[in-house]
Design a protein around this ligand. Structure first.
Ligand code: GLU
Length: 289
């Protein structure tokens, strides 16, 4: 099922500590722990606090407590991203000429895209404004990575064959922003490579990021990318993504309202459409609704 290796593979649960755990996280967790327990994988917990402005230590502590309560214990814990600055800097240096300083703001990017008459897509596309400007690197922390036009093909283990062209989706990737913060795309690829992650299990909202992560990994010398599986995303009835502000789905709120850990897991299995065979092998008998 899902064409996973039969044993000895590594995956990760990688929440950003920018809020309390909610059902959307648990959907991801039941997929990660479910497949790892069923098919012999190792789960690495990685606290993705690359966003130093929004991440908080208390959220990181709370998410460990909530995972413990749910009985989801990681086999290993990776260093937090905020501890990995030196490593990211070293990788940036390795990329050499592929990386260039960029002084564009969101506003100037939008204006440049408009001038080019490019129809607005789902995400911001960087038109390469600073590519050849020869900006003095001392003037800004912001760095972008040249992405040549390349079609990236991969097989999603649930959704099948995919083809993405990152140069057209997002353009040159932001590696570090002007405040010196490492970008999600960069940190996640370096971490997955360094931590030997060979199966990435995450929500469909990150499907569009996968091609660029494969392209970046190849530039860093990782030519055999991880396997990817994107699971359904839990939406609110109005179609919005669940988030920390949706108090009704917070694990702490559900717990306070008398839900058992098994009931939370059962709800996540149902919402995330984790196959029954995987859920029962991994979590035993869960309560019916
Ligand atoms: N930290 C990311 C998030 O909270 C997940 C990263 C990933 O799975 O690639 O959405």
């Amino acid at each position: 099922m899902f064409d996973l290796p039969s044993d000895g593979w590594r995956t990760r649960f990688a929440p950003a500590p920018t809020g309390y755990l909610h059902l959307g996280h648990v959907v991801n967790a039941v997929w990660v722990w479910g497949l790892a327990r069923r098919f012999g994988g190792t789960v690495v917990l990685r606290v993705e606090d690359h966003d130093l402005v929004r991440s908080r230590g208390e959220y990181a502590a709370a998410l460990r407590e909530d995972l413990d309560w749910l009985g989801l214990v990681a086999d290993e814990e990776a260093p937090r991203q905020s501890e990995r600055g030196e490593r990211y800097s070293a990788v940036l240096r390795e990329l050499g000429e592929l990386v260039y300083p960029c002084t564009c703001s969101r506003k100037t990017i939008r204006a440049a895209v408009e001038r080019l008459g490019r129809p607005e897509g789902d995400e911001v596309w960087y038109p390469g404004t600073c590519r050849e400007r020869g900006i003095d690197p001392a003037t800004t922390h912001a760095r972008r990575l040249r992405l040549e036009r390349e079609e990236i093909r991969f097989t999603d283990r649930r959704l099948g064959e995919q083809a993405q062209t990152p140069a057209e989706q997002c353009g040159d990737l932001l590696v570090r922003d002007r405040d010196g913060h490492w970008s999600y795309q960069f940190a996640v690829v370096v971490d997955d490579m360094d931590q030997g992650i060979d199966v990435v299990i995450r929500g469909e909202d990150l499907l569009a990021s996968t091609g660029r992560q494969i392209q970046l990994a190849a530039l860093l010398g990782r030519h055999e990318p991880p396997r990817f599986l994107h699971h359904p995303l839990v939406l609110r009835p109005d179609g919005e993504k669940l988030s920390k502000s949706n108090r009704d789905t917070g694990i702490r709120e559900l717990r306070a309202a008398g839900w058992s850990a098994e009931r939370v897991l059962a709800e996540a299995v149902r919402l995330g459409e984790l196959p029954e065979e995987v859920a029962s092998a991994a979590f035993g008998k869960l309560p019916e609704r």
